[in-house]
Design a binder for this molecule. Structure first.
Ligand SMILES: C[S@@+](CC[C@H](N)C(=O)[O-])C[C@H]1O[C@@H](n2cnc3c(N)ncnc32)[C@H](O)[C@@H]1O
Length: 208
């Protein structure tokens, strides 16, 4: 029995990817987050989607399946093995023509991407979220949406009291991300307790 009240439909490819992720300890989004991203994409109909942190392409496939015919999705992964597996999965999903996978560190790739992205999904190194945000803000038009996964980090980000030493830096970094997006003059943000915690920020004005 699922531990969630949501039971999104998953085909054989998504199930096989979940199994692979479980066996190889690859962190991927929860299926209900995939479904939520799909609903947002179907409602907003973004023209260009940017994902930071492809892994094997599980979240990418959830998003790409909801895209309109003329929407493009660029996804960045810095681990070569993951990047290559993701490419195979995009082929298997019949989505290779809609997804542009990029191999490299997002912090180096983002400044050279060019163009605007009206829907951004951040799901890479948690300690780098603020650095990704800084670069992404230049790429997102007013009205664009920036979503970050894992911001509640297994509940630790909202826990009061002592946090184990090994988790302290991560928790502090994510708390800082939440503070920044909530106080940022160009953003309006909300934290949703979906999956491992999603931060949604809409860009409401340009900087300055
Ligand atoms: C949580 S996993 C992504 C999971 C994927 N979004 C999903 O739900 O199917 C994070 C991935 O980000 C990659 N990553 C970490 N830091 C990165 C960076 N600076 N640039 C690009 N990829 C990065 C890691 O190699 C890892 O594969």
């Amino acid at each position: 029995m699922s531990d969630s009240i949501f039971i999104p439909h998953k085909d054989a490819l998504l199930l096989a990817m979940e199994e692979k992720a479980r066996k190889d300890y690859i962190p991927i989004i929860k299926a209900e987050v995939g479904q939520f991203l799909q609903i947002l994409i179907k409602a907003i109909k973004p023209r260009r989607i940017l994902e930071i942190g492809t892994a094997i392409g599980y979240s990418t496939i959830w998003m790409a399946r909801a895209m309109a015919e003329d929407t493009e999705l660029v996804t960045i992964e810095k681990d070569e093995e993951m990047y290559l597996q993701a490419r195979e999965n995009f082929q298997a999903a019949g989505l290779a023509d809609k997804i542009r996978p990029k191999f490299g560190d997002a912090l180096e790739v983002l400044p050279y991407l060019g163009g605007e992205f009206d829907f951004v999904f951040i799901d890479a190194a948690k300690g780098q979220y603020l650095n990704y945000l800084e670069l992404v803000l230049d790429l997102v038009p007013v009205g664009g949406l920036i979503i970050a996964d894992n911001v509640l980090y297994r509940g630790y980000v909202r826990k009061s009291g002592q946090i184990a030493h090994k988790r302290r830096t991560m928790v502090r970094t994510l708390q800082e991300y939440i503070e920044v997006i909530q106080e940022h003059p160009c953003l309006e943000s909300i934290i949703l307790p979906l999956g491992d915690g999603l931060a949604l920020s809409v860009k409401k004005s340009y900087i300055n």
